[in-house]
Design a protein around this ligand. Structure first.
Ligand SMILES: C[S@@+](CC[C@H](N)C(=O)[O-])C[C@H]1O[C@@H](n2cnc3c(N)ncnc32)[C@H](O)[C@@H]1O
Length: 249
């Protein structure tokens, strides 16, 4: 089993597949973080810009910081007005007090939490907004939950692999509010499987293990009445948004 650092680096090689198959985010998630237009917002761990695109038009400067060059190449081609910088959360390549808001979509659990919080606090203005967000499966959707357990076998049914890393207390920040946003998308079975192939545990698995994991996904989809024999289906999802304000100090 790959360790945390290997899993975090698993995104180095993919860009286009990630952008094509991963889900986006509801507009309401961007509303929860940036209800009003600001001067400057940073999307940290921006990947291919799946959340960044919802920030465009909400700030005069939209900046994306991301360590994977393959991800950044896709983001730059897709969002030419965004300032895209190579970098990591533990050493953000921006001056202190230069951002009104920082968003972190599906990535905070990969960061060195305390170092990243200190850096995010440094680049934010006092009282600035930090928004952490994750997409996760709808607890009512048993087949998608079962597929999640294939990717994240160590995680209990009631917990989510990633949202757990958001705590009510982050050093340098005051918790403001949480929004849980339900939404759904129509997805083909083929794209649903391809989506799983962009998840870190699939990316780092050897070929035999990965093939076994895909076979498990197939048997789950073949067994559930909502998905059996169907080329496409409705996938319900929940986007969990945690909003914090930077301490005034
Ligand atoms: C699951 S992807 C999310 C990408 C994008 N935010 C999205 O929602 O589609 C996680 C991202 O975190 C990035 N990442 C991993 N470790 C990081 C770190 N220490 N600092 C900044 N980004 C990191 C990865 O390269 C990857 O692009």
């Amino acid at each position: 089993m790959a360790d945390h650092q290997q899993l975090a680096k698993s995104f180095e090689g993919i860009g286009e597949d990630y952008d094509r198959y991963r889900p986006g985010f509801p507009v309401a998630a961007a509303d929860a973080i940036l209800p009003d237009r600001v001067d400057a917002v940073l999307d940290l761990g921006a990947g291919t810009g799946k959340f960044t695109e919802l920030l465009v038009g909400r700030a005069d400067r939209v900046i994306a910081v991301e360590p994977s060059v393959a991800m950044l190449d896709v983001l730059r081609a897709k969002l030419p007005t965004v300032e895209a910088l190579e970098g990591g959360a533990e050493q953000i390549p921006l001056p202190g007090g230069s951002m009104d808001a920082v968003a972190v979509a599906q990535a905070f659990h990969w960061f060195d939490r305390d170092a990243a919080c200190a850096q995010i606090r440094r680049v934010l203005v006092p009282g600035g907004t930090l928004g952490l967000l994750w997409n996760h499966s709808d607890p009512e959707c048993s087949w998608d939950r079962a597929c999640h357990r294939v990717a994240h076998p160590a995680v209990s049914d009631s917990a989510d692999a990633t949202t757990e890393s958001a705590a009510d207390e982050l050093p340098g920040f005051v918790f403001d509010h949480r929004a849980e946003l339900g939404w759904s998308e129509r997805i083909t079975r083929e794209d649903y499987i391809r989506r799983w192939l962009t998840v870190s545990s699939f990316l780092t698995a050897d070929d035999d293990t990965r093939a076994g994991m895909v076979a498990e996904l197939d048997s789950i989809l073949d067994a559930d009445p909502a998905t059996a024999g169907r080329d496409d289906f409705t996938l319900p999802m929940v986007t969990d948004v945690f909003v914090y304000r930077a301490d005034a100090a």
